[in-house]
Design a protein around this ligand. Structure first.
Ligand SMILES: [Zn+2]
Length: 926
């Protein structure tokens, strides 16, 4: 018998997982199988609720033994008691305030439930965590939080013995979140019934979850969007039963749409910051974030390539738990539960990655959602992703055609949620130990293996972004230090005051993940999202990887609060001028706007004063002619914005032009309002005023009377006409995104009486007139197609790349072609930029080549981080082009310089264009 066991060597990895799961399942379910499949014998059932569940479920196999009844407990309200309907009732979506009302009522009635506020959304809604566990646990929450905080820090819990002593008393915390994407509405409905079941069901399996674990539930991670989506449902989709005819609400969060699930590197949005703070308060070992897209239930495990900084036990836990859910639900006869072939597990930017990046695990589901509350016939054959075949990872595939209800979705999510909770609760020691071990392994790795640190040297050309980078790491609870004296290591010498990110710390793997360069494997499946995110490149901040171990001996002070670049005026009160060197600090634009009372000049070439060099584009504020308090104003702006200002005896003798005050508009479409949010976020974050405009503003015309600069934000569209035509009004006629008494959640951050249709030919014509009259139009990435397709620029066409060309989100090398052009003021010859495939590359006629300002690297490696395949197709191609048209200019960006709050190093390309909006011509003069 023994010799036969060696045959297991040839089992594939996946088979091993299945094997492992079967083994565990036999162990675990031997005692519970029969109990799991029926309610506790002596517990009463809510007959009415139970009947309604069955009615709302379209086929018996879409119900599970866990959801086919609802227990009845005197004095504890069910969702129906508060809402008037069951979770997942046909034709219903629940407003956020009603969800809160229910959760509070439940907490009021049950000692097993408490509601904790975790902070406000952009629009002021209270985000919450609903904690559920048994009474003893709930009365000692702080004790259990402390256990996990200790296990999260290998410097406190150093040995296996210490760990085991804590684990013997500790309980895992499992955080379930959902509805981050507002169109994926099921999880919000699930949350209420799930909390109720967890609190009251006497089914031994659920009792075990309650006794062994603390479950945290956040009904919605994007409450603002949830209410917009819900309003939109009641206003426009109430009678829709054809999935293709569902109308989509244009905005969710204030700034982010689907990308709210890509903010876990920067943690820029308040919803994500609330989430992160709550994470570090509780230290959950799992964050599971439920989404909806494919049939019927995909459980995350991913195809790989997995992020190299995820410990092997992370990816094996993904697979282990996923196979438990797949196996259990399949054994209930529920079709369509599968894992593996969706998502890679590469990028660390998803919301749930807050756990994955901090030694817990990120998990998610994609269930089949109708988006709205209505029951409808769904045809899976039409879908982009075909998921109806039987595969090793999909033992019982979904049906090709199905009548699908919200309640089906609620049953699937809830059943799988409970199974996952059960699995972790039943094996709590194992999961808690892995959690501790991963922290230890990260810490040991950083202590004993290179790199030993990253240095962010003092004296950077952009100290403001260098400080932002440090602050971003602090938000991630990565420890940062500052060197007391100059550092001498093999990699070079660095001045005192340099920032050090030492690797001998628990979250060293995350620090390395964010600071090193990524290399996405050539032969890997297509990337699910960005392949490169190196922060130093994104922010154009110098970071140095240090392999010399002596760096750990450098005398340092810990940084305990956010850092700020020091600004001020050098040389006292000026007799001649105040000068701000242009080193591409983003705050130069806000500085100019804050000093709007004063004349400010831009130097057109580099110059020197004594031994100090100033770049072209440096700002010169002459004292003569200015009001008396110029010194005070300059000083306060310099301090506030971290700018170093030099005062001089006389105005330097250098060619200049005036930096006039621009009136800026940011244009957005109504069908793809995602990337304009990041542009607006950057402007608001830096305090740069702008007007938000849409198609109607363009149609009305007289644009030059109101604006000097129009930024055309990135949006979807295969060709210019898609962007110009806008939303197809065919199905519904007009759609008003406005606040009314009945639909009070609509109409922000922008409103419109009819969002269908686009700017049309009229809008294009008015844009052309705007430019002819001297306006500056800046097209960010895909809208470049509008300028080309509609003839706003001549001699430029879209370059057709081959099918081999592959440029998922990566960091690329670009190089300055025209260094005297204002757009390039202050930049080094080479600029790292972010680019993804979605927009066009350009084919430029020879006589127009002189308008190229920036290009992708002509020689050497184009890709700095991530992957670019068939690089030759992009080498030397234009990255930024400035086309003079009439009295104005059209600037074309073939990448999106405002990427998810990350790409701060390229903002200045746009800001410089804005600052010099009516002098761009100086860059094109011979
Ligand atoms: Zn989603």
């Amino acid at each position: 018998m023994k010799s036969k066991a060696s045959g297991s060597k040839i089992l594939s990895l996946s088979m091993l997982f299945i094997f492992a799961v079967f083994f565990l399942q036999i162990q675990l379910s031997a005692g519970i199988k029969s109990k799991l499949s029926s309610p506790a014998n002596d517990q009463a059932v809510d007959e009415e609720y139970t009947r309604l569940i069955k009615e709302a479920t379209t086929k018996p196999e879409f119900l599970s033994p866990l959801t086919r009844y609802l227990p009845l407990v005197e004095g504890v309200p069910t969702p129906k008691d508060v809402l008037g309907y069951i979770a997942g009732a046909p034709g219903k979506l629940t407003y956020y305030e009603d969800i809160l009302k229910y959760m509070n009522a439940l907490a009021e009635a049950s000692p097993n439930v408490q509601v904790f506020p975790i902070g406000k959304t952009s629009e002021g809604r209270e985000m919450i965590i609903v904690a559920v566990a048994n009474k003893e646990t709930m009365s000692n929450l702080q004790k259990y939080k402390d256990f996990l905080a200790k296990l999260a820090d290998p410097r406190i819990v150093k040995t296996e013995k210490q760990a085991e002593a804590i684990i013997a008393q500790a309980k895992p915390i499992y955080w379930l979140t959902g509805n981050l994407h507002s169109g994926e509405s099921g999880a919000a409905e699930v949350s209420m019934e799930l909390a109720y079941r967890l609190a009251v069901d006497e089914n031994p399996a659920i009792k075990k979850i309650r006794d062994n674990m603390i479950v945290l539930i956040t009904p919605s991670m994007e409450p603002d969007g949830h209410d917009k989506h819900t309003d939109w449902f009641y206003k426009y989709n109430k009678d829709v039963t054809d999935y293709r005819k569902i109308s989509r609400v244009p905005y969710w969060g204030k700034y982010t749409f689907h990308d709210n699930n890509r903010d876990m590197i920067c943690i820029s949005q308040p919803e994500m910051e609330n989430g992160a703070n709550a994470y570090f308060d509780w230290h959950p070992i799992v964050v599971q974030d439920n989404h909806e897209s494919i049939a019927f239930l995909y459980v995350s495990s991913g195809t790989g390539p997995y992020n190299r900084h995820y410990h092997p036990s992370v990816t094996s836990e993904w697979n282990l738990i996923a196979w438990w859910e797949v196996t259990r639900l399949t054994s209930y006869g529920m079709p369509g539960v599968w894992t593996h072939a969706f998502w890679t597990g590469w990028a660390p930017n998803y919301w749930g990655a807050i756990a994955g990046n901090h030694h817990g695990i990120i998990r998610f589901y994609e269930t089949f959602g109708n988006s709205i509350g209505n029951t409808m016939e769904r045809d899976l054959g039409e879908g982009r992703r075909r998921v109806t075949s039987r595969e090793w990872y999909r033992p019982l595939p979904p049906y090709k055609k199905v009548l699908w209800s919200m309640r089906n979705n609620v049953n699937y999510q809830q059943t799988a949620d409970l199974e996952a909770f059960y699995f972790v609760a039943a094996n709590k020691e194992y999961f808690l130990k892995n959690f501790w071990k991963r922290g230890l392994s990260s810490y040991e790795k950083g202590k004993n293996n290179p790199p030993y640190a990253y240095i962010i040297p003092a004296g950077q050309k952009d100290p403001v972004d260098a400080a932002s980078l440090v602050n971003l790491l602090l938000k991630q609870r990565i420890e940062a230090h500052q060197a007391k004296s100059p550092i001498k290591v093999k990699e070079g010498e660095f001045p005192a005051g340099s920032y050090l990110i030492r690797m001998d710390q628990p979250y060293c793997t995350l620090a390395q993940n964010l600071l090193e360069r990524q290399k996405y494997p050539e032969d890997a499946p297509r990337a699910y999202d960005d392949t490169g995110w190196t922060l130093g490149l994104h922010m154009d901040v110098k970071t140095v990887e240090i392999k010399d171990k002596s760096v750990l001996d450098v005398a340092v002070v810990p940084i305990t609060k956010p850092v700020k670049a020091k600004g001020g005026v050098l040389g006292g009160k000026a007799a001649g001028a105040y000068i701000i060197n242009n080193t591409t600090i983003n705050n130069l634009l806000p500085a100019r706007l804050k000093l709007k009372e004063f004349k400010i000049l831009a130097a057109e070439v580099a110059f020197k004063i004594k031994k100090k060099s100033f770049n072209a584009g440096s700002m010169i504020i002459p004292v003569s002619g200015a009001s008396a308090d110029v010194h005070q104003d300059v000083q306060s702006v310099a301090n506030e914005l971290g700018l170093e200002v030099v005062s001089t005896k006389k105005v330097p003798d250098v060619k200049t032009h005036d930096l006039d005050i621009p009136r800026v508009a940011i244009y957005h479409t109504w069908f793809s309002a995602q990337d304009d949010g990041w542009v607006r976020y950057a402007f608001d974050d830096l305090g740069i005023p702008f007007t938000m405009i849409h198609k109607d503003h363009l149609k009305r015309g007289n644009l030059k009377d109101k604006y000097d600069v129009i930024i055309f934000s990135n949006c979807r569209g295969r060709k210019g006409a898609d962007i110009v035509n806008g939303l197809d009004p065919e199905y519904r006629g007009s759609l008003a995104f406005v606040k009314t008494r009945e639909f009070k959640h609509l109409g922000t951050p922008d409103s419109c009486e009819d969002i269908t249709g686009g700017m049309g030919i009229e809008g294009v014509s008015n844009l052309q007139k705007f430019v002819n009259d001297g306006g500056l139009l800046i097209a960010l990435h895909n809208p470049v197609r509008v300028a080309i397709d509609f003839g706003l620029v001549r001699g430029i066409d879209v370059f057709q790349t081959s099918s081999k060309f592959y440029n998922p989100g990566s960091l690329l090398q670009s190089e300055v072609v025209n260094e005297k052009h204002p757009i390039c003021y202050g930049y080094d010859k080479k600029i790292p930029i972010y680019r993804s495939q979605s927009g066009p590359l350009l084919r430029i006629e020879e006589e127009k080549e002189k308008h190229v300002v920036l290009r992708y690297a002509k020689e050497g490696e184009v890709c700095l981080s991530g992957i670019v395949k068939s690089q030759d197709e992009i080498k030397g191609k234009a990255a930024v082009v400035d086309m003079p048209v009439g009295k104005g200019h059209i600037v074309l960006f073939t990448f999106n310089p405002f990427w998810r709050d990350l790409s701060r190093g390229s903002y200045m390309l746009v800001f410089s264009a804005i600052l010099n909006y009516n002098d761009l011509g100086v860059g094109l003069e011979k």
